[in-house]
Design a protein around this ligand. Sequence first.
Ligand code: HSE
Length: 364
Amino acid sequence: MKKVGIVGWRGMVGSVLLDRMFAEGDFAKIDPVFFSTSQAGQDGPTFDGKTFTLQDANDIKALSACDMIISCQGGDYTKAVHATLRENWDGYWIDAASTLRMEEGSVIVLDPVNRPVIDKAVTDGVKDFIGGNCTVSLALMGVGALFREDMVEWMSAMTYQAASGGGARHMKELLTQMDLIGKKSAPLMDGNILELDKTIGELLAANELPSENFGVPLALNLIPWIDSPLENGQTREEWKAQSETNKILGRESNPVPIDGTCVRVGVLRSHSQALTIKLKKPADIPAIERMLSEYSEWTEFVPNEVEVTRQKLNPRYVSGTLKVTVGRVRKMNLGDEYINVFTSGDQLLWGAAEPLRRMMNILL
Ligand code: HSE
């Protein structure tokens, strides 16, 4: 059995990964080795009657003994060990962090969308397989059919990104803010709405809500800025849309222009996006709806109708599941080639852990 090292398994993405590996029986197919950057020698997870002793995640020799390593430890860890490890190791490195994503020798994995790119890379001897940015992966799980048929001239993505994209502490901060807002508003609920609005508005404005992680309250608010600034005025998150999408699709030499505004909203763990897509030809809406609904077993098409849209085209419906819903499909006033699409998907599943788990299985 292949020896598979797992680093960062206790963190949020790592925990979701382990849950999925248990659910799919993956541990029966591998000889797992659990690594830790800080608790080597201590007990790791226990299952099937066995407690795994943690190995040192900074011990290059111990890492080199693995056939494959899956890291959910983060970019700093990748920067610290990957290059040294590669000096004498040609195992497979599967990573959730962005560090190696745009390296020439790596492939971004999202197999329902780019299995041919992955298969070719494996044949060509590529050893670094990296999970994509969550927003990019979720957009492609939603509208990958249109890219597969090369129908897209350009795309604009306006995002509604959950707190989980920042990390576990961000999720807790949002919930704490909501709790404090609830406590402040409860005694005023029977009174005048303007008084209630003023009280809560003052609470938000007064910097009293804990917001070390987001910088400002996210509850009852939004933040149209994710990640670091670039010189062209984009944020790094916005830059990833075009660069990563085209790398996933293996069309970096003939890229589809993609841009938009990435916005953090007060949602826990699922990202949504409003897409404006300029097609190469006038849109045939029934044909597009059919293509979207048939695209993958996880892509769920939602007709452009009020009740089903309310029920399904949102974080509430997709969170904790592998479903990626796609709907609000219609021609826009902008012209016959322009369509509107909305999509939602779980940021920790298809957005992070699931492509890594599936890549491990492809390699096995
Ligand atoms: N960068 C994403 C976000 C999460 O902040 O929502 C990881 O892909």
